[in-house]
Design a protein around this ligand. Sequence first.
Ligand SMILES: Cc1cc2nc3c(=O)[nH]c(=O)nc-3n(C[C@H](O)[C@H](O)[C@H](O)COP(=O)(O)OP(=O)(O)OC[C@H]3O[C@@H](n4cnc5c(N)ncnc54)[C@H](O)[C@@H]3O)c2cc1C
Length: 501
Amino acid sequence: MQKIKISTWIFCVLISSGMALFADKVFAQKTNNTQHATAEHLTTLHCEISIVGGGPAGLFVAYKLGPVYKDKVCLFEKEKRLGGRIYDINKNEQTDGEQLIAVGGRRVMEGQDVLFNLARDLGIELETPELEAELIFARGLYSTNPDDFVALYPGLEFDPKTSDVPTQLLKRLLDSPQRKKIDEFVDFKSYVISVVGLSGYEYLRDMSRFRGDFEYALSAKAYLEFLQEDIDVCCIASYPVGGMSAFIRGMARKAQESGVRIYLEEPVSSINKEAQRYLLTTKGHTVHTGRVVITVPPKAFDHIKGDIARAVQAQAQYKSLVGVNVVTVAQWYDKPWWQGIRRNSDEKKVWRAWTTESCINSIEIPQEPYGASQNVIRAVYNDRLDCVEKWRHLAAQGNGALEQEVKRGLEHLFMQNGVTKPVEISHANKTVYWEWPDGWYYIRAGFGFSTSDIFNWAVEPLVNEQVSLAGESYNPQRSTWSDGAYKSAIHLLNTKYGFNL
Ligand SMILES: Cc1cc2nc3c(=O)[nH]c(=O)nc-3n(C[C@H](O)[C@H](O)[C@H](O)COP(=O)(O)OP(=O)(O)OC[C@H]3O[C@@H](n4cnc5c(N)ncnc54)[C@H](O)[C@@H]3O)c2cc1C
């Protein structure tokens, strides 16, 4: 059995905020105009437009600006690889190759138009498998229907004539007359308790896979705005052949073909004003530039110094953003033991399960042919504060402790639940633990901003400066996922660079 390198992991977390542990090969290394700074002393670069960060937002900006500005555009990425929170690896922990599975973002949801258009432009094939049953465990009960749990939450008020109680309660949150006084609620949690009671709060939390939403002190106003959009996010999920990183590879290739200069392992450490222009410092370069596009999320941007960076960081809009800590664990097996998990009543396959019993929180079994062929599952997907602590602690003890706890959680879910056919769970032959310091962003309690306030502010956070922010964290509403990052980039390109996208 292969082990994850826990000691290396801890080291990497300390020096790089947990982002790029296993990235030996990188997408952009294969093309000619990827630059690597090796000089002992900083060398000088001149770029008309500098993009800081090579995740989806940074690459999208590079991909669109490239044909117009060609090699006047430079992109600086901190890690050895591009993609940020879009991160696929294969069993050998490489970021390229035939068999890639997600450690971060995984799917494209119906209605995420930007991603569908991008898939078409980049020639990415999407697979849309039938997603059958989902298993839930809470308060001692297993079921594939959230409505079956209502009796376990005494005092829960719901309309028994309408099915889908979670949606019923969420709609009540959106439509409540109390929403008119939303600014009086200290956070989202207190609003939920006020509208649907403590039982309603606990029921909604337990029926959701995203329990962090109910634990972090989030702005009620902004969360309801997100919910308004999320409730309509529907239903069909598509999975790119080659993983979500197919988008990253495609954009990087096109940007480089048009002349954009991409610099890997070049963290930007400061952004300063220089006469009418800007001066960036990276690991190997000083960069004189006319315009700056920052696509680095706040938890990483906090480490960038300089008068321009500090002026952005000092703003209330920036301070209002809160990143959610997320753990994922991928496990590879010799045999797909999960194929036997079928609902007793109709033989439907379970593709996802979530539980309050263990810090597994949520697991996902790939159904799309590309992912399903790899004998790998996402065994843990967790944003609960206490659980992130627990996994970090277990991972630090070594792979054995981590695998044992994952196995215990899987056995509790699937061995004898009375709902699905029992299965024998084998030992994983490979486990990759990953911690995202900021899996996604929300607006924290105590700030009155709406999501659209942040979205618009980000285009020009400093009046009369050619400095912009773009990315998921500056369009903070989890429902749109990377689509939100692209939309933020599009808003910037349309507003500041004369595009009409
Ligand atoms: C567990 C998980 C599951 C997800 N699932 C999905 C999904 O199924 N579908 C979906 O569409 N989205 C999903 N997402 C969301 C998606 O990954 C993000 O929305 C997207 O990656 C955000 O893109 P971004 O460009 O805004 O930021 P990032 O992806 O965070 O990119 C920022 C980049 O900046 C770089 N950087 C940081 N500091 C510096 C510096 N000083 N100098 C230079 N570069 C720097 C980083 O290394 C990184 O590459 C998921 C995310 C997570 C964590």
